[in-house]
Design a protein around this ligand. Structure first.
Ligand SMILES: Cc1ncc(COP(=O)(O)O)c(C=O)c1O
Length: 444
C-alpha cells in the first residue's frame, strides 16, 4: 500500500481504479470534471444515506421517542429532500425558501420544523398555510405575530420555544449560539416568566423547548451543560405551572472532519452520550424522559461533499510564497474567509506523486482574503491540474454567491458509478434573468 492509498482511505467514498484513476463512489474525478466542468460540487448519495441511517439506528437502540431533523441550512435541494424523506428524517428549515424547496422535493409538511430569528409575516403565513409541523418561536415579537396569523387563518399550530441555555462553547465565535449574549432565542428566565402568556395563546399548542449551542463541536461537556439547563427548565415549568414539556430539541452541532487535526466523534457515540445524559438528568429530577429531537446538518452532509477545481495561474513570489490559483474560491466556499476554516486537498492527476512543495491555494475572486488553503504540501503543480477539496458538503453551496458576477457551479450526485446533476450550473443569462430597467432609464 502506498502512502497515498493509506491517505485516501481516510476519506469515505474514495478508491482507485485498475487504470490508476481516482474515483469517488466509483466515478472517475477526471471524467466528472470533463463532463460537468470545474468548479463543481459533488455529493455521495451513499454517504448521505449512511450518516442519516447512523443517526436513526443509534436512536433506535436508545429505546426512546425521538426525531432526527436534518438542518437544511447546511445544504438543501429538492433531490436531497427526496433522499431525506426516504431515510425517514424530518427537516429543520430556516426560511420560507427552504420550506418551498423541501415541499417541491415531496417532503412531508408535517415533518418540517420552521426556525429563524426574524421570520417574516409572509414566511409564517406560507408555513402555516402549508401545514408545517412545528414553528420554533425565537422571540416575543414572533410569538405575537404567529398568534395573530393563526387567529386570522383560524388554524392551530404546534410551537416549541428556542431558549438560550447560557452555554459558551469553545467553537469559532461566529458559529457559537448558546451563550448568554446571543441573537438567537429567549433567555431562560424571560421564557419562564412569560410562560403563562405563551400557553394562554389559544391557537398555539406548546410542545417543548429548543436550544442549539453551536456548530463544529466534538466536546460533549458543552452538551451536558445544556442538557442540565434544559431539563431543569422543564422541571421548573412542571412544578410551577403544572404543564408537561413533551419534547426537548437539543439542536445540531456535531462536528465534521475537515483535516486530520480535527477531533472526531462518531454519530452513534454522540447520540448515546446525548440520550444517556438526558436520561440521567431526568432521573435526578424525577422527570419522565421527553421525546428527544436533534438537528444535525454538518455531521450528515459535510463529508458527503467534495469540490473539484482546475489550477490556472501559478505565481511565485520569490523567497516568500507560491500561489496555485484555482477557478473557484470564496464565492463557492466562503468558509475560509468567514471562519478561517481549514481543508485538505489533492491534485487528482498527480495523487501518487510525492508532495514536494509548500504552496498556498488561492481563489480567483477580487479579495486578498480569498485564500482557500494557506499552506499545503503538494506535488509539483502545473496549469490545468485538477484539484479535489474534501469535506465541502456543508455550508458551501448553501452559502455561495455570485460575487464578481461569477455563475454558481453545478451540483452533481454520484452513487455506485452513476452520476447526474442535482443543480445545473448557472449561466451568464441566469445572472441577468431578474434584472430589469426602471421605465425612466429604459426610455432614454
Ligand atoms: C438552530 C440550528 N439547528 C441546527 C443547526 C445545524 O448545525 P450543524 O450543521 O452544526 O449540525 C444550526 C446551525 O447553525 C442551527 O442554527
Amino acid at each position: 500500500m502506498t502512502d497515498f492509498d493509506t491517505e485516501i482511505s481516510k476519506h469515505d467514498g474514495f478508491s482507485i481504479s485498475e487504470q490508476g484513476n481516482l474515483l469517488f463512489e466509483e466515478c472517475s474525478l477526471e471524467e466528472l470534471a470533463k463532463i460537468y466542468g470545474t468548479p463543481c460540487y459533488i455529493y455521495s448519495e451513499n454517504i448521505i444515506r449512511k450518516s442519516s441511517r447512523e443517526y436513526i439506528r443509534a436512536f433506535e437502540k436508545c429505546n426512546i421517542d425521538y426525531e432526527v431533523l436534518y438542518a437544511g441550512k447546511a445544504f438543501l435541494v429538492q433531490a436531497l429532500a427526496h433522499i431525506l424523506k426516504e431515510e425517514c428524517l424530518s427537516l429543520d428549515a430556516s426560511s420560507g425558501g427552504e420550506i418551498y424547496m423541501a415541499l417541491a422535493g415531496g417532503f412531508p409538511a408535517e415533518k418540517i420544523h420552521f426556525h429563524g430569528n426574524n421570520k417574516s409575516e409572509e414566511e409564517l403565513v406560507f408555513a402555516i398555510e402549508n401545514n408545517v409541523g412545528t414553528i420554533i418561536i425565537d422571540n416575543f415579537h414572533e410569538l405575537n405575530l404567529v398568534d395573530r396569523i393563526t387567529h386570522r387563518l383560524n388554524k392551530k399550530v404546534n410551537i416549541m420555544v428556542r431558549t438560550i441555555p447560557g452555554v459558551d462553547t469553545h467553537t469559532h465565535e461566529k458559529i457559537r449560539t448558546g451563550q448568554v449574549d446571543s441573537k438567537f432565542g429567549i433567555p431562560i428566565d424571560d421564557f419562564l416568566d412569560s410562560f403563562p402568556g405563551i400557553i394562554a395563546k389559544e391557537h398555539l399548542i406548546y410542545q417543548g423547548i429548543h436550544c442549539h449551542i453551536g456548530s463544529q463541536l466534538f466536546d460533549m461537556q458543552f452538551y451536558h451543560l445544556a442538557i442540565k439547563e434544559m431539563v431543569e427548565t422543564m422541571k421548573h415549568i412542571e412544578e410551577k405551572y403544572k404543564v408537561k414539556t413533551n419534547i426537548l430539541n437539543l439542536g445540531g452541532g456535531l462536528g465534521a472532519r475537515y483535516t486530520r487535526k480535527d477531533l472526531s466523534l462518531s454519530i452513534s457515540d454522540y447520540v448515546f452520550e446525548l440520550v444517556g445524559k438526558v436520561k440521567e438528568i431526568c432521573r435526578e429530577n424525577r422527570l419522565a424522559v421527553p421525546k428527544i429531537l436533534v438537528e444535525p446538518g454538518r455531521s450528515i452532509i459535510a463529508e458527503a461533499g467534495i469540490t473539484l477545481y482546475r489550477i490556472g495561474a501559478i505565481k511565485e513570489i520569490k523567497g516568500l510564497r507560491k500561489y496555485l490559483i484555482v477557478d473557484g474560491g470564496m464565492a463557492d466556499n466562503p468558509r475560509p474567509s468567514l471562519y478561517d476554516a481549514q481543508y485538505e486537498a489533492l491534485i487528482v492527476n498527480k495523487f501518487n506523486n510525492k508532495p514536494v512543495e509548500n504552496v498556498t491555494v488561492a481563489g480567483k475572486y477580487c479579495e486578498s482574503g480569498d485564500i482557500l488553503i494557506q499552506n499545503i504540501c503538494l506535488p509539483q503543480a502545473e496549469n490545468g491540474d485538477l484539484m479535489v477539496f474534501f469535506t465541502t458538503g456543508a455550508y458551501h453551496y448553501a452559502m455561495s454567491s455570485n460575487y464578481n458576477g461569477v455563475p454558481r457551479p453545478p451540483v452533481v450526485l454520484v452513487n455506485n458509478g452513476e452520476h447526474g446533476l442535482i443543480v445545473k450550473g448557472e449561466t451568464y443569462q441566469y445572472l441577468n434573468q431578474n434584472q430589469v430597467f426602471p421605465e425612466w432609464l429604459a426610455h432614454k
